[in-house]
Design a binder for this molecule. Sequence first.
Ligand SMILES: [Fe+2]
Ligand SMILES: [Fe+2]
Length: 230
Amino acid sequence: MNTALDAARMLHYRGAMETRDYSPIDRLLIGVDHAMRTVFGVPVTTDRDNPSEGCAEGAMEDAERRVAAGLMRVNHSGEVAAQALYQGQALTAKLPEVRGSMERAALEENDHLAWCERRLKELDSRTSVLNPLWYAGSYAIGAAAGIAGDRWSLGFVAETEHQVIRHLDEHLKRIPTQDARSRAILTQMKEDEAHHATLALEAGGAALPAPVKLLMRLTSKVMTKTAFWI
Ligand SMILES: [Fe+2]
Ligand SMILES: [Fe+2]
């Protein structure tokens, strides 16, 4: 449940995307605040319930628990990167309505971030120590996509989401079957990402060239392989 402070912050972010008189410096400072909150603090979420509520904790061997924690750490880092991509794009997007839809999507990604982080704690594990690095790199990529233009930026969101869905499918196969709590989170995330991809395409997202898609897959491979362990 959000506190009154969170509600105030959410209004602040909504205000930031709906009013168009914020200077580049204002937006940069809002971006820095967002980055700190994503990597080190408690991000602003929507008021949706955690999908794992009501799922019993499954009995797992130590090895199974480690696999579940490794996969949830990868997903958490993926959400840190998603935050940075969306914020980077929001900084450079040319059409205000595109900037708004990017920031709304980022708020929904915060739910994913919070759910994964809580699940990692339940599994007696931790988030990736490299999260600041994933954030910085993804922010730069997001900003570049925004500079390339809104059609490309939206196409980039759609492709990112499609690749995340493939990762989530793979994780749902690998995660121990008795880990119903993690599975409930990943299943809801998959549904949300598909919705984000559809929104981006409907808003005019362009299909990316094959080499760009390949480069994105290679980059995410580095992150997923590393974040599983550290
Ligand atoms: Fe997400
Ligand atoms: Fe998403």
